[in-house]
Design a protein around this ligand. Structure first.
Ligand code: SAM
Ligand code: MG
Length: 214
């Protein structure tokens, strides 16, 4: 029978990664995507930048937009302090099902709440449904035309506080020009570009880190 790429990625994790060891899960996915099939994970090179931002902020609350197979979810969750919580949103049920299994293989299901549905529907419900006050870190990595409207929605819903950080992937490739223009020109943010490469390639891409000044 035919399998999908996310299913093959999960099989590579089950074959090559140690249960309960997030690093080995990350490594198994990177190995699979570098040598077998490219996939849209943030990847190892930008992943190191993501790790350093997470470690620097040491967030108690994280929102991730776009879970896919749970690669970045595992990277982020494995670095969180005890009692911290990561909510990750994914609207494709097939991807969500794979991600749940990848996150469980890494032993991180207690730290992660994977929510199925569209960001535009869930962001306004964060406070009432999940008891979140504000997010210390938001990782934007869903469809690129949603970065700007969802950022404005997150602001309107009062989900940011002074010092909250937005970290946006793929700001160069495929690119998010309207988001970059907004975040770099707004006096409400202090914004910085981290140059890198598109996952598993040599094409320029990078992450934009934007601190909300309140
Ligand atoms: N962050 C993941 C990683 O690095 O491992 C990769 C995420 S992938 C680039 C983008 C994902 O966002 C896809 O799985 C897609 O189905 C999901 N997505 C896109 N738009 C969305 C939306 N508005 N709400 C929820 N999920 C969305
Ligand atoms: Mg990405």
């Amino acid at each position: 029978t035919q399998s999908t790429r996310p299913q093959r990625l999960l099989s590579a994790v089950q074959k090559n990664a140690t249960r309960g060891d997030p690093r080995s899960v990350v490594q198994a996915i990177d190995q699979f995507c570098r040598h077998k099939e490219w996939a849209m994970n943030v990847g190892d090179e930008k992943g190191c930048i993501l790790d350093s931002v997470v470690s620097e902020i040491n967030p108690a609350t994280v929102l991730e937009l776009g879970t896919y197979c749970g690669y970045s979810t595992v990277r982020i969750a494995s670095l969180l302090p005890p009692h911290a919580k990561l909510i990750t949103l994914e609207f494709n049920p097939n991807y969500a099902s794979i991600a749940r299994q990848v996150i469980a293989w890494a032993g991180l299901e207690d730290k992660v709440q994977l929510v199925e549905g569209a960001s535009g529907d869930w962001i306004p419900k964060m406070k009432e449904q999940f008891g979140v006050k504000t997010f210390d870190l938001v990782f934007l990595d869903h469809w690129k035309d949603r970065y700007l409207p969802d950022t404005k929605l997150i602001e309107e819903c009062g989900l940011l506080t002074k010092g909250s950080v937005l970290l946006a992937d793929n700001v160069i490739c495929p690119g998010t020009p309207d988001y970059l223009e907004y975040i770099r020109s707004s006096p409400q943010y202090e914004s910085q570009y981290f140059k890198s490469h598109l996952e598993y390639t040599k094409v320029e891409d990078g992450l934009e880190k934007s601190v909300f000044l309140g």
